[in-house]
Design a protein around this ligand. Structure first.
Ligand code: ATP
Ligand code: MG
Length: 495
């Protein structure tokens, strides 16, 4: 499916600034479709001037559509749809008298020329870029209510603004979060900022903010400011938005209700005639966001406590080790202390990060430092890391920290027990896997060493974690030039 930009570049003469105007128009024209209860199609003249291409389409969320199929990419010749040609040639909004029945339902057609504000350059010629075709499915039309009349009047004001180059609002910041839509709640203000119409949803939102009086006739800026009165300095944005003077958004809170406001000033024929204010109650949304934040904090606290508990366990084991007379027993306990310690390091790091992700370089460096501490003083082992682990998820980080601890310990205890040497941790990370090579230039593996036959605890832990937990591969080989090289390869499961 080609994008708006693809189609425009391939078929039309629009330049970059024109395209930007088009993008900002279609990012905001849901409003026009909803207020009109109509489908919108954006037609741009073909480069050779002999026809039109549809580069965007919008359906109303407030009424039935006319076009059940996609029309984007459709090309029509000049003369095929007179209403489009006329709006373009005469630079004015055109409307058909009688409904068109050609699609089987009655459709009222209207066309709006699209003008770009401030075309720049020396020429003050207005620049027109295309035509919006607005098609209303009349099959379900009834005698219009007050709401419908207000919508239609507002739609016609907006259409006029499109033709005058005043909508979309140039220079307005792109709206990132979903801003309120017509169906969420709508107010219409007059020039003085007084409410002339309030949709039922908009009125409900103000009731929840604490309004007891009538909204129609009230000055929205003052009314809103009074409802949201607090000791904090007045939210200046609030006054600007609620008075409808500038195209902006804000959020107000009162009585536990949070409401989003979006102002659309109506400027027609050179003068400000009033404004639309869209209103959305976002209380539930904000409550859920807050909940998520506390959940984050809780997870961090849990990691913190796990770390503390592990440190207590390590301290208890150390105490017991000191009391033991049997050297092997004591060594075994001291090793257990180190194993617990390396898990504690991971939990400590996790307790500082909001997500379940950790910068593993930090952890690796601490585990490496821990290993050199246990090496015999005469060995003078200088461990170092090459390459970067980067950020890892905690499901990988915890077992990997254990694995590293065991491998480094082996290098220091067996390979480099009685001689100075080098100890290297080399990391290769790509998009879908992580390879870690721990190598020492020490004594090398004992004669006839077989990883699969090895029953000692250290390598069994390593194998269980690498193969079982991380679905990775493990190999231990003599290093070229003497010593030992252990390779751990872990695939990253798709996130
Ligand atoms: N880097 C190394 N250099 C030399 N020999 C090694 C190296 N790594 C492992 N080995 C050999 O492999 C054996 C098994 O290691 P493993 O870690 O499983 O047990 P361990 O270190 O003896 O005891 P522990 O259970 O306390 O770790 C070691 O006893 C040692 O002989
Ligand atoms: Mg070991």
């Amino acid at each position: 499916m080609p994008t708006l930009s693809d189609l425009a570049v391939r078929h039309t003469a629009l330049d970059d600034a024109d395209l930007e105007w088009m993008h900002s128009l279609v990012s905001d024209w849901q409003l026009l479709a909803d207020l009109s209860f109509a489908d919108l199609i954006l037609w741009i003249p073909l480069r050779d001037g002999n026809g039109w291409i549809a580069i965007a389409q919008m359906r109303p969320t407030t009424g039935p559509t006319v076009y059940h199929d996609d029309v984007v990419g459709t090309i029509i010749a000049k003369g095929e749809r007179e209403l489009i040609d006329t709006a373009w040639a005469e630079r004015r909004i055109c409307r058909e008298g009688d409904p068109d029945w050609s699609s089987g339902v009655p459709v009222r057609e209207e066309t709006i020329p699209v003008r770009r504000a401030d075309p720049g350059g020396s020429s003050s010629e207005p620049r027109y870029l295309g035509v919006i075709q607005r098609s209303t499915n009349l099959s379900s039309a009834r005698t219009p209510s007050r709401l419908e009349l207000t919508y239609l009047q507002s739609a016609s004001d907006l259409a006029q603004m499109v033709a005058e180059g005043r909508f979309p609002f140039s220079g307005a910041e792109p709206i990132l979060v979903r801003s309120p839509r017509v169906g969420d709640g709508l107010l219409r203000l007059d020039r003085a900022g007084r409410v002339t119409y309030a949709s039922p949803n908009a009125l409900s939102a103000y009731r929840r903010l604490g309004l007891t009086a009538d909204l129609v006739g009230a000055e929205l800026g003052r009314t809103t400011a009074l409802l949201c009165y607090s000791d904090e300095p007045i939210n200046e944005n609030l006054m600007v938005v609620a008075s409808g003077k500038e195209p902006r958004e804000t959020e107000v809170e009162a009585g536990g209700t949070v409401v989003q406001l979006r102002a659309i000033p109506l400027v027609v024929g050179g003068g400000r005639i009033g404004a639309l204010v869209l209103i959305r109650d976002v209380t539930e949304l904000r409550r859920r966001e807050r909940e998520l934040m506390t959940k984050d904090a809780t997870i961090r606290e849990i990691h913190h406590r796990v770390k503390n508990n592990l440190q207590t366990v390590a301290a208890l084991l150390r105490l017991q080790a000191r009391r033991l007379r049997v050297p092997e027993g004591r060594e075994a306990l001291e090793e257990a202390v180190r194993r617990v310690g390396s898990i504690a390091i991971v939990h400590e790091t996790l307790s500082h990060t909001p997500e379940e992700q950790v910068d593993f370089d930090d952890i690796a460096d601490r585990v490496i430092a821990m290993a050199s501490e246990v090496s015999a003083p005469e060995a003078q082992v200088v461990p170092h890391r090459v390459g970067s682990f980067g950020v890892l998820r905690s499901e990988i980080a915890t077992p990997l920290a254990m694995v590293l601890t065991e491998l480094l310990q082996n290098a220091v205890q067996h390979g480099l027990a009685h001689r100075p040497g080098r100890l290297q941790v080399k990391v290769c990370r790509s998009a879908d896997r992580l390879d870690v090579i721990v190598s020492d230039d020490g004594a090398g593996l004992p004669e006839g060493f077989d990883l699969d036959a090895s029953t000692s605890l250290g390598l069994q832990i390593v194998r269980t974690l690498v193969v079982g937990e991380l679905s990775g591969r493990l190999s231990i080989e003599p290093r070229e030039g003497g010593g030992t090289e252990v390779t751990v390869g872990i695939p990253f499961p798709p996130a």
